[in-house]
Design a protein around this ligand. Structure first.
Ligand code: HAM
Length: 506
């Protein structure tokens, strides 16, 4: 017996391979997002993954969890302090400044897509390397800009087939927030002993973050906290009202959440976050909770908040450009977590098209048939027929097994007898009916059938090759599941589990 090789190396904790069977989700999301970016006038910007760490420390903010706990920062061989990007936004502004985009017509709309690194505690829904797609609109302070970005996001999730809830809030500008934070601090100090340890610490550095703590005792405390909407200045309130009015105009459903402060330092005025609409999927959520055996944290509220699935978030950041050394330039943006959206697609059982799904398989028996099949494969590919082969196999049975697993509609079979007769066998993989067609009409016939979506028999005068037919009568069960083909090396471990993918989201 061959010695079993023990695998030594594995992916790092919080890092994931994206296997071939999962790529269809990535293709689907990328294509939809790219199209939306074009429709709304965004231009693609690719950024380096490694940047000067200072843009994040200054931009994202040194009191945020991202910088305090999660930044992958190190000194490179030249002694520079560099960091793997923990988000796109500061890098986008760095590029805007570096390439003089201020001289372009404003606002400048930029779309990016790629990996993000946060040395987070790996757990369900939190990876150390994950991907975001990111939109920024730089150079407009108009409420219409906020609204249009949110409208775009709403329609994007719709195009994914997901029913989402958009939560929205305003956190005012630097001036009016100052007054609010003073009042909030007074309130929190009075209730300090009732709050969790993390929030007792947070209170000193960034008391706003206490508002979105998921700890039960903190939620109870902050229920009676002063609300920011009562403190924002007339301009900020007016801005917010206009954003909401515009959303009403286009029937985008939103929900006001006065606790939505977001975990990054740079936000001003509008903040928003997108969640899967649990109400639309109550049965699935119940099943997933039962099946996943999610362990509940006793300190956390046993309500829907705990199961909220943050699929994306963003907001306005009118002062970040100045912080990064530019002149004051208003801007707004948002980012979506790709892995989380994919988890949600699986969670709600959304079927996405598979660009790898083939329609036809070509099976061959014998050297001459193999030679002709190679040419026929090329001819079909040129005719845009999605065809697969297994030239490395010679027996018919293993080839048909592969065809079956690939879920093709038709298999063409070329053996020695067919070569002599100048014919080819065309097998309908669903009905099992097979017929013989002249070899040089094979592709034409396939195209007709693929266009009609049926297997109408046209060549009735050709006698079937009895030998081949008998062999084929040892029929194989029909399986239209391509993923099973890879089941050994690529288990469908991604069958969605709430426990794995969606609990404890940001
Ligand atoms: P963020 O809320 O930190 O915002 O991240 C956006 C999204 O990335 C989250 O809603 C979530 O879907 C996903 N995400 C965050 N952390 C993880 C993780 N550890 N594992 C998997 N997915 C995760 C930003 O990054 C801002 N830059 C958004 C923005 C752009 N604001 C203005 N412009």
């Amino acid at each position: 017996m061959p010695k079993k090789i023990k695998q030594q190396y594995k992916t790092l904790k919080g890092f994931k391979d994206v296997l071939p069977g999962q790529q269809k989700y990535w293709d689907f999301l990328y294509e939809k997002t790219r199209q939306a970016s074009v429709d709304y006038g965004f231009r693609k910007l690719d950024l380096p993954i490694l940047e000067d760490a200072r843009i994040y420390i200054k931009g994202t903010g040194k009191n945020t969890d991202i910088i305090e706990k999660e930044l992958y920062a190190f000194e490179d061989k030249g002694g520079n302090n560099v960091a793997l990007r923990p988000e796109f936004t500061p890098g986008v502004l760095r590029a805007y400044l570096e390439h003089g985009m201020i001289n372009q017509p404003q606002p400048v709309k930029l779309f990016s897509w790629g990996p993000i690194f946060r040395h987070d505690n790996p757990q369900a829904g939190r990876l150390r390397q994950f991907n975001q797609f990111n939109f920024e609109i730089i150079g407009s302070d108009l409420p219409e800009t906020d609204s249009q970005l949110i409208v775009m996001i709403a329609s994007l999730y719709k195009s994914f087939g997901l029913d989402v809830v958009i939560e929205i809030n305003t956190i005012g500008c630097q001036e009016c927030r100052h007054e609010y934070v003073k009042e909030l601090n007074k309130f929190l100090r009075k209730n300090k002993s009732k709050m969790c340890d993390v929030c007792q610490d947070r209170m000193q550095k960034n008391s706003l973050r206490v508002l979105d703590c998921k700890d039960k005792s903190c939620i109870e405390v902050t229920e009676n906290a002063p609300q920011i909407i009562d403190y924002v200045c007339v301009e900020c309130k007016d801005h917010f009202v206009k954003v909401l009015e515009n959303l009403d105009e286009v029937d985008v459903i939103y929900s006001l959440n006065p606790r939505l402060v977001r975990g990054l330092d740079y936000y001003t005025r509008t903040t928003f976050e997108v969640f899967l609409n649990n109400e639309s999927y109550p049965e699935l959520i119940k099943i997933e909770n039962q099946d996943s055996g999610v362990k509940k944290d006793k300190n956390k509220e046993d309500n829907s908040d705990d199961k909220k699935i943050a699929l994306g978030g963003g907001g306005r950041y009118d002062n970040l450009m100045e912080i990064l050394g530019g002149r004051q330039t208003p801007a707004i943006g948002m980012a979506v977590g790709v892995e989380r959206v994919i988890s949600a697609l699986k969670f709600v059982r959304i079927e996405v098209p598979d660009p790898n799904q083939a329609d036809v398989f070509i099976a061959q028996l014998g050297d001459e048939a193999k030679k002709k099949s190679i040419k026929m494969f090329e001819d079909m590919r040129r005719e845009n027929i999605r065809v697969r082969e297994a030239f490395s196999k010679s027996g018919l049975k293993p080839q048909l097994e592969i065809a079956n697993r690939l879920g093709v509609k038709y298999t063409l079979i070329l053996g020695q007898k067919e070569i002599i007769d100048g014919t080819i066998i065309l097998r309908d993989m669903v009905s099992g009916i097979q017929e013989i067609v002249p070899f040089d009409k094979g592709i034409l016939e396939l195209k007709k059938r693929l266009a009609n979506g049926n297997g109408i028999k046209i060549y009735t005068d050709n006698k079937p090759n009895q030998e081949s037919v008998e062999k084929l009568e040892t029929t194989l069960p029909i399986q239209n599941n391509q993923d099973q083909l890879f089941s050994e090396s690529e288990p469908e471990s991604e069958t969605f589990e709430l426990d794995d993918d969606l609990e404890n989201f940001d």
